[in-house]
Design a protein around this ligand. Structure first.
Ligand SMILES: Nc1ncnc2c1ncn2[C@@H]1O[C@H](COP(=O)(O)OP(=O)(O)OP(=O)(O)O)[C@@H](O)[C@H]1O
Ligand SMILES: [Mg+2]
Length: 293
């Protein structure tokens, strides 16, 4: 039953212009998105897949929104390799709603120019003030032709009601597939570790960095050791992200370790630290790092 619903939903998505997929954790968003992409490609349409799920990533490294343009079915095998990235700086978007929304909207704008169909896969944060704010402003800026809401019970109703009332968006609500296998927290963490490893492959280049290259700007007199192990986005001059970097502070001063230093224009500070040995993550507040509050 649910499988048939998803099959027809995927067909509907495959024929639209911009579709945004929403739903809580393990509701089958990505599976549905990839099925729709496959159907559209089989019909000769080009697809731009925007992966806004910064914690549980399909395209490119975590903490970034990734974009992949798919021209034919074979491209689906290489979907993890991004064409473009936009840095968000966290794996938990509830702390950085602005950055998350802007990154998704910027990528969607680019994607519209690159393909017939744009599929936006979003994070599982769908409830509470942060979840509702996220989905509302994402829909407001991305202007999807349809939003798909997958739910187990009625958990998507507040978001769905809001999108219909305030933005006049067409929302298709469907039950999540009962066959979906939940991914355990351990498995999720392990996948994320792997994804960070892949984004920061040894041997990493070590570039000396001046304190003036950061966004946001460092306060005068900041003890630079406070930036040790902070994740950064290595930025190109067009607002795009070349890939991830990790700040290291030692006797030589401040350096960024990265695989993508060529063409680096500046560094965007993320809101997390990453252990360079274990790739374990801890969230941080930039205000606290910079001003101690
Ligand atoms: N119809 C199905 N039958 C069996 N397994 C499925 C089905 N659909 C999805 N799965 C499996 O269930 C898991 C979760 O599905 P999926 O990744 O699509 O969900 P998601 O909503 O994108 O999750 P997340 O919130 O983690 O991004 C995956 O391991 C997927 O392979
Ligand atoms: Mg997913």
């Amino acid at each position: 039953m649910a499988e048939q619903i998803h099959e027809s939903l995927a067909r509907e998505i495959a024929q639209t212009g911009v579709a945004m997929l929403t739903g809580s954790v393990d509701t089958g968003k990505t599976t549905l998105g990839l099925l729709a992409a496959r159907m559209a490609l089989a019909e000769g349409r080009t697809v731009a897949y925007v992966d806004a799920d910064v914690g549980n990533t399909t395209i490119g490294p975590p903490a970034c929104v990734g974009l992949r343009v798919l021209d034919d079915l074979d491209d689906l095998d290489r979907i993890s390799e991004p064409d473009q990235l936009h840095f968000v700086g966290t794996i938990n978007p509830t702390r950085l709603v602005l950055q998350q929304v802007v990154a998704t909207a910027a990528m969607t704008d680019r994607a519209r120019m690159m393909a017939d169909l744009v599929i936006i896969d979003t994070t599982a944060v769908v409830s509470g003030v942060a979840g509702e704010t996220l989905k509302y402003h994402k829909a407001e800026l991305c202007r999807p032709d349809m939003v798909v809401a997958l739910q187990r019970g009625g958990e998507m109703e507040p978001v769905v009601g809001m999108l219909r009332r305030f933005l006049d968006v067409a929302v298709s609500v469907a039950p999540s597939d009962p066959n979906v296998m939940p991914v355990s927290p351990d498995e999720r963490a392990a996948r994320r570790t792997e994804a960070f490893k892949k984004a920061l492959i040894p041997p990493l280049e070590r570039w000396k960095v001046r304190p003036t290259v950061f966004a946001p700007t460092l306060p005068v007199g900041l003890n630079l050791s406070r930036l040790d192990n902070v994740l950064v986005g290595v930025q190109d001059p067009g607002g795009g992200c070349l890939g991830l970097g990790l700040l290291i502070h030692d006797d030589d001063g401040l350096r960024v370790m990265t695989n993508v230093g060529e063409g680096m224009r500046g560094l965007r500070l993320g809101s997390m630290r990453l252990d360079p040995e274990t790739y374990e993550t801890t969230l941080l507040s930039l205000r606290e790092v910079m001003f101690g509050v």
